[in-house]
Ligand binder design. Sequence first.
Ligand code: SF4
Length: 187
Amino acid sequence: MSAPLYSTHLYTRIQEQQPRVGISACLIGENVRYDGANKHHALIQQEIAPWLHLESICPEVEAGLGIPRPPVQLIKKPEGICALGVEDKTLNVTKALTNASKRLASSRCNNFCAYIVKARSPSCGSGSTPIYDITGKQLVGDGLFVAALKKALPHLIIVEESHFSDIQACSNFVEKCYRLHKKIGEN
Ligand code: SF4
């Protein structure tokens, strides 16, 4: 990473001293997607990863759904938002995904300053995930994991990877995490 553009705090490469930030595992190149691929994000790797203690999590793998696995989508039903198979309409992973999401949100994620998530994912999207109503109309909202994060940790900064389109956006995010980390350390 080039020198931070706005550095009001001393950044460190010592991982134990860096702000802890969660990240959707596919974004740092882990082959955890439903199709066994990843969504490696070069700018996050180059401009953010050296300065933050990134902790990768794939909620769908944590839910035991396996790699590869059938793709799922979110459907809005009277009983709530369900994660159902795209091709196999009988597949329902709502319970497994919801339970894993709640467990992760209240354990591994509760000392994070922030979380970088994959846009549009039925698990990781934040405000961008397609949700279909029973007539087939498409709405947008949160993935099931992000919904659990927001409920358990309302002050957590959650940013989709699509936000990091240039070095300035990356630098601003790192700066924000250090500021928050310092504030938490002072309390
Ligand atoms: S569940 Fe999240 S981390 Fe896992 S592959 Fe999908 S977007 Fe990536």
